[in-house]
Design a protein around this ligand. Sequence first.
Ligand code: SF4
Ligand code: SF4
Ligand code: SF4
Ligand code: SF4
Length: 292
Amino acid sequence: MNLSFSDKILHWCKSLIHFRRFSQSWMGKNLSMIQLMELDACTHCAMCTSRCSVAIAYEGIPNINILPSEKIASIKALASGKPLTEREIRDLQEGVYLCTNCYRCTVVCPVGIDLQNVWVKVRELLIQRGVPELSALSPLSFYRGLMKGERAQGDYERPLTRAREAILAQCDAMQKKDKVLHLIPMDGEFKSGLNLSAQAKNFSVCFGCQTCTTVCPVVGHHENPQEILGLLPHQIMHAAGLGLRDLALGSNMLWDCLTCYRCQEQCPRGVSVTDVLYELKNLAVKYTKEKM
Ligand code: SF4
Ligand code: SF4
Ligand code: SF4
Ligand code: SF4
């Protein structure tokens, strides 16, 4: 983009006006001067969205902030002091989290905005506010994990703990360990939701041999695994088979699973243990989001 000298002056004056507004908002105060200038330079051309590797997620999750051109508009609004509702800020939080940090948006932006940098900064600012972000438990946390060393003590773990607590809060039976469980009526909606998945619907053929638990490296890592992990893989398969939603969804095991597929490879009944755990994670997030 070739700007004439007068255009440049005009743009600079506009930027100064924006900076005044930006500097009064919480978001504006926490972004660098360069990032504020970058927000201002966005022309909303949507090139970034056309190349975004997670834009397709918008088809399943109707949150416009998944799309980079829209999330930068929301960030700009927040930085300029526009009063966004709590729902809008949460949507932005989810939008900046649902990002693979692939750099594709940054590479194609015609005005040279370092979008990647903006997402990383804004994501951290938002998730440190205290509102649980369930995507923090997904593989999309990989990049954040790589950057763990750049966080202050405790800042990396806190959002993860909050997300787990938010899910556990929906699993009443898991919280009251001394409570007597009633097997009837089972949670039919939960069981049929799990049955819908082609990969995971074979959990009901489990005959309880415990091989999955025996070969699991995460279980083997702990001296007293149930204390740390809650239900172990074979118990989660039982809970799913019995339609005990709270027990199947409320275990730390779901989130500590390394997805190594050892359990699945060794199951004598051919149960897709790892895939079942995946489906349970999806259901746990779905149920919790509905309540938040
Ligand atoms: S490509 Fe750059 S200028 Fe275009 S919408 Fe995305 S951030 Fe804005
Ligand atoms: S870095 Fe994030 S927002 Fe940018 S293209 Fe990749 S997934 Fe999309
Ligand atoms: S290894 Fe298979 S059959 Fe054995 S407990 Fe695990 S899921 Fe059930
Ligand atoms: S996939 Fe998960 S549950 Fe299965 S063995 Fe590996 S870590 Fe354990």
